[in-house]
Every structure is written in C-alpha cells, then in structure tokens.
Ligand binder design. Structure first.
Ligand SMILES: *Cc1c(COP(=O)(O)O)cnc(C)c1O
Length: 395
C-alpha cells in the first residue's frame, strides 16, 4: 500500500488533465507564432487556455503571462516591480520571514543590487497582520509581497486586508498563491491583488508550467530574453500541452472547489485530532485558518528525517519541511519564523492530503505515526533525558 500525503510538494496529474494534454503532442503540435493553419490552431488553443486561467481568478486574459512555474512567476513579479520603480527612487520592499525560497532568494539578489528589504515577523499561528504591513510601509516602498498560504504550515494570510492597506498607501501588492490556487477561492479584483503567482503541478496539473497575473499598467520585465512570445514579456516557444493541462486542471479544481475543500478539511481535522493524542507534540500553523489539506506537527525528541524514512517504509509519503530544504540539516526557516526552537523544529512532519485520500488512509497514518514516534523515542538518549527530568520538556 502507498499513501501519498505530500501534495504540497507536488500532485498527481489527473486523468482528465492528461487526456486534455495528449492531442497537443502529436495532432495539434503547432507553434502559436507560425502563420500557417497548424500554428494558428495552436494560437487559438493558447488564447482559450489563457482565458480559462484568467476566468478562474476573475482576471482578464491579457493580464496572464504563462511561465515555467511558480518560481519563475515569483522571480518575474519581483524583478519587474523593482526595476520599474527603482527609477523613481523607490527601493524598499516588504515581505515576510516565511516566504518560499523563490521569493526570499530573489529578494537577496535585489538586496545585492541596492534594494532594501524588510522581512516581517510571523505570529506563532503563522499569520502576518495588515497592521504589521501598514507599520512597515515607507515613502520609498515599491512593493509588498506576501504569500497567500504557507507551503509548510498551511496558514492563510488576510490577503484582501493586506491588499487594501497597500492600495491605500499606493504600493503594489504581489502574492505567491502557489499553494492557494485551485484550493481556495481567489478573486484578484475583490481581494486587492495586483500580481499573483501560481503553478499547475500544485493542483493536479503538469510540472513546469505556471502563470503570473499582473494588473493592467504594471510593466513586466523579461527574466528570459529571446523572441516576442507572451507579448514580448517571456521568451520561448509556449509549452502548449503544459498550458492546456494547467487550464484544464485549474478549471476542474475551481468547479469543485467548495465540495473538495469540505471533504479534504474533514480529513485534515480527523488527522489533526488523531495526531494530537501523541504526547509532547504541537500543531504548527493556525488550527482553523489553514489550507484544507495541510497538517504539520512537531514531535519532541524526534528527528524529522528518521520519522519520514520509517513512515516511508510503512508506505506513507510525507515531508519534513519543504522539499527544497530536505538534504540540508538546517531546520525549516518557516518553523523558526513562528518561534519554534531549533531542537523542536528538527522534529517536524508535514502531511499534505487531497481529495484522492480516504478516511481509512487517515486512520492508518495516525496509527503508524503514533507507533513510529514511540519507537524512535524509545531508542533516543535525548528522550530518556527528557523523561528522567535531566532536561526539560519544551512541549
Ligand atoms: C511549489 C511552490 C513554489 C514553486 O513553484 P514551482 O512551480 O515548483 O517552481 C513557489 N511558492 C510556493 C508557496 C510553493 O509551494
């Protein structure tokens, strides 16, 4: 038996999405820039996909740029606004300590080019408030970029309210909505969002394709130079099968969004309730204001990696921290940002579920996690010291 509970890392392409993509490899394989009929058929398909994606977030098709994924969309959003407003001497950017590395590393690069970056603290429940944003905005602030929902701990940010603060102060607001798109209702107009990144493989679409929404009037700068595709803002022959897959996956997700969210939330709550019974553990992220499919716990006296490997041996695919940091021994920057001490942050487990999971699977995960945690603790000298009162329990 294999139970896949790592949907925040990537999801399985649905059969419907795969079938929608297949004709664009061998039948309708045209390049949308070609003037002949095979090319023009591809151009029409590209337009329809753009319109579908736009409709899903209440945007206009001309404001959607297809990219190679969430990372590229994040890079392009930040670099565009920074380059545009540097001329006006607006060189201050506000973000948070728990963004994805696609944001944090791009901000580092901009810092080395003379931009000043303020990274807001995150409350223990994994939420940043509009007041924090208001207090941080300065005369020279050009951009606020805050993720819609965190990829590790699932906490959902007050996006509409943060956007309202930005607009009141005349600052552009970007959100990395890679974890939210297809899972939460998004309306860029109603929610005061100027720019938004998303990625198909996080909602049962293919890997290597994403999109950047940018409001009318924001000039995008190329991160990939070359031909004039995507209105000259993103060079390279369009990934038509991928783009069709993305549009199909997003419209399917949005069509069933409330039904899926209700079902997955019920599974999530069952999983949280079950794992909470394990002694000396703590839930990371807000109990209720979190993504339907996200569960994240720290277990005291445990190494996240050992826990993962033993769960894998029981057929459970999970994660400890984000996939990008596995392989490094540093604890997750997200868990440190919400104030977990190093020794606790090391013992984290993220289970990210979707509508393909079942109640039986959830019960199996609860049972096996409890037994693996107990097994690891029984072998651990660190745990013995905690139990004998040599060191103090932190949770
Ligand atoms: C996965 C993810 C990304 C990166 O998206 P890719 O398409 O894999 O480049 C960016 N931000 C968040 C929050 C993510 O979860």
């Amino acid at each position: 038996m294999t139970i896949y509970a790592d949907n925040a890392a990537t999801t399985r392409v649905s059969e419907e999405v795969l079938n929608a993509m297949l004709p664009y490899f061998r039948e309708n394989y045209g390049n949308p820039s070609s003037l002949h009929n095979i090319g023009q058929r591809a151009a029409e398909v590209l337009y329809n996909a753009r319109k579908t994606v736009a409709d899903c977030i209440n945007a206009k098709p001309e404001n959607i740029t297809f990219t190679s994924g969430g990372s590229e969309a994040d890079n392009q959003a930040l670099i565009s606004v920074a380059r545009n407003l540097a001329r006006k001497n607006k060189k201050h950017i506000i973000s948070t300590k728990f963004e994805h590395h696609a944001i944090l590393h791009t901000l580092k690069k901009l810092e080395s080019e003379g931009f000043e970056v303020t990274l807001l603290d995150v409350h223990e429940n994994g939420i940043v408030t509009p007041e924090q944003v208001r207090d941080a905005i300065r005369e020279d602030t050009c951009l606020v970029t805050i993720m819609y929902a965190n990829n590790e701990i699932g906490s959902i940010q007050p996006i509409k309210e943060i956007g309202a603060v930005c607009h009141e102060k005349g600052v552009i607001f970007h959100t990395d909505a890679v974890q939210a798109a297809g899972h939460l209702n998004i309306d860029v107009c109603d929610q005061n969002i100027d720019m938004l990144s998303m990625s198909a493989h996080k909602f049962h679409g293919p890997k290597g394709v994403g999109a950047l929404y940018s409001k009318k009037g924001i000039i995008l700068r190329n991160v990939i130079e070359g031909g004039a595709q995507e209105r000259g803002k993103r060079a390279g022959t369009e990934n038509i099968p991928g783009i069709v897959g993305m549009a199909t996956a997003l419209s399917n997700a949005v069509k069933d969004i409330d039904k899926n969210a209700a079902y997955v939330t019920a599974l999530r709550d069952r999983l949280i309730d079950g794992l909470s019974k394990i002694p000396h553990c703590i839930l990371n992220g807000d109990r209720y204001n979190r993504l339907p499919g996200n569960v994240n716990f720290c277990f005291e006296g445990i190494e996240g990696e050992s826990l993962l490997l033993l769960l894998d041996a029981k057929g459970i695919c999970a994660s400890s921290g984000s996939a990008c940091t596995s392989g490094s021994l540093d604890p997750s920057h997200v868990l440190l940002a919400i104030g977990r001490p190093h020794e606790i942050a090391h013992g984290s487990l993220r289970l990210s579920i979707c509508e393909e999971n079942t109640e039986e699977e959830i019960d199996y995960i609860i049972k096996e996690t409890a037994s693996v945690v107990e097994y690891l603790r029984n072998m651990s000298p660190v745990w013995k010291d905690l139990e004998n009162g040599v060191t103090k329990h932190l949770i």
